[in-house]
Design a protein around this ligand. Structure first.
Ligand code: HAM
Length: 437
């Protein structure tokens, strides 16, 4: 029998790993809800064609795909945006606007497994559809920042890098890259930090750029501007201040300041995103040292719903993966020691008489809403049982001994506070109210 292993780039989630994943997914959910998003989900596989329309070469080359018995070509979802666009296109007229949706799907991409990138991962998606106002872009970014803060991260750890595809298109045009090659240019720019300089230069040459223009191209991509200094950016690039992309970015900058998150944000023309459907603002969240892969990425995709047969519906959103987020939290020492749920109470029996009362007491405590566990053992060696309770990280131990059922029909036990060390005699009917205080 060959050794059976989990497929390359996937993870098994043992209880501690599962608790950690829940810690992240619960935070995604909590933050989404308080920011006014409704949860959705879709199928784990879709028609292969869905991704071929507009996701771009990068994603399509990484698809896990198969043919079903009816000869239909299907693919495991590598991202959620096409599913979301399909769902919105189907019911667009019935949905109140703006549509604010979130989801936390698992996705699969046949990437080369490496730090920050696996073949199966979980991704938080946050999207607003039906508004072309920069306030929607700002609200998405605010929601992402809210999540980072929720998990203990600050602007010293992460940066939201923002750019605009239209601005990058202007630059490409000025450098002489023809319109048909812009998508290829975005993909090349997106991979800039992942490939060797020679590969980048060759790619740029294929776009029609000579050495000098490659250098200029590269130099522009390294330009960063803080909130409030956008005028300088557009001046230095010779972009008409009346251009729609200038107004978009300017208004976004104002909104980011109004939301109080400008210190997290920087305008960086090197951000273009690899996916083909983005039309306007694009952004990514990176760890400040720049050592890690992007933690999140998104932007405006104002034409995708129409392309999927729906009415014209502007849209903006982002995806954040669990892998880089976990790496960042681990690196910054923000991982709680154990995130598995702690029992409120652990019930033990130190006599046969006590053992007979364990199940009924546990059942009552559980019905009262407490996380109650119990020992299958009965022994007079209470110390051993207390150790089991403490290993389970219980807050309290309920000890059922000889006294159970003694006091005039009112069962008695002892309640030990494992953190404080205090132990009291207690009527069994009072345990729930005692645990509540
Ligand atoms: P994306 O940039 O392909 O965008 O992915 C967003 C995030 O998902 C990445 O920044 C990363 O954290 C995570 N991610 C991507 N691939 C992997 C992988 N192989 N392993 C681990 N994590 C990964 C999208 O997927 C867009 N659909 C996001 C979006 C939503 N745009 C608008 N709405």
């Amino acid at each position: 029998m060959p050794k059976l292993q989990a497929p390359k780039g996937t993870r098994d989630f043992y209880p501690k790993d599962m608790a950690w994943r829940n810690h992240i997914v619960d935070a995604w959910r909590r933050v989404s809800i308080r920011n006014g998003f409704d949860q959705v989900d879709g199928p784990i596989f879709e028609s292969l064609d869905l991704y071929k329309v507009k996701s771009g070469e990068g994603i399509v080359s990484e698809l896990f795909h198969f043919t079903d018995r009816g000869e239909r070509e299907l693919a495991i979802r590598p991202e959620f945006t096409p599913t979301l666009a399909r769902m919105v296109a189907e019911q667009a007229n019935a949905l109140p606007k703006p549509i604010k949706w979130f989801c936390t799907p698992n996705l699969c991409r046949a990437e080369k497994p490496q730090r920050g990138r696996l073949r199966e991962f979980w991704q938080w998606n946050v999207d607003i559809l039906g508004s072309d106002l920069p306030v929607a872009d700002a609200e998405c970014i605010f929601t992402a920042v809210d999540l980072l803060k929720e998990l203990g991260l600050g602007p010293q750890h992460l940066r939201v890098k923002i750019s605009h595809r239209q601005t990058v298109r202007h630059i490409l045009k000025k450098l002489g890259v023809v319109e048909e090659k812009h998508t290829a240019a975005f993909e090349l720019l997106d991979r800039r930090d992942k490939i060797e300089p020679a590969e980048f230069t060759n790619g740029a040459k294929a776009l029609g750029l000579d050495e000098e223009r490659v250098a200029r191209f590269d130099q522009i991509c390294r330009m960063e501007f803080n909130s409030g200094s956008l005028g300088v950016l557009y001046d230095s690039l010779g972009i008409d201040p009346k251009d729609a992309s200038v107004a978009d970015i300017q208004q976004l900058d104002d909104q980011l300041r109004a939301f109080g998150i400008a210190e997290w944000c920087v305008f960086d023309l090197g951000i273009v995103r690899g996916l083909a459907y983005y039309t306007g603002t694009v952004f990514e969240i990176h760890e400040t040292s720049g050592a890690m892969r992007a933690l999140a990425g998104g932007g405006r995709y104002d034409q995708l719903i129409e392309l999927f047969g729906g009415p014209k519906t502007p849209a903006v959103g982002f995806g954040m993966g669990d892998v880089v987020l976990s790496d960042v939290l681990r690196d910054k020492g923000l991982v709680p020691e154990d995130t598995t749920p702690r029992p409120d109470v652990f019930v033990i029996a130190s006599s046969d008489r006590g053992a007979g009362a364990v199940a009924s007491n546990v059942a009552k405590l559980r019905l009262d809403g407490f996380h109650a566990r119990f020992s299958y053992k009965t022994t007079r060696n209470v110390g051993k049982l207390l150790k089991d309770a403490s290993d389970a990280r219980a807050r309290f131990v309920l000890i059922l001994g000889d006294a159970v059922g003694d006091a005039a029909g009112e069962g008695q036990g002892q309640l030990k506070d494992l953190a404080g060390g205090t132990q009291i005699d207690i009527a069994l009917g009072d345990v729930s109210s005692k645990l509540r205080v």
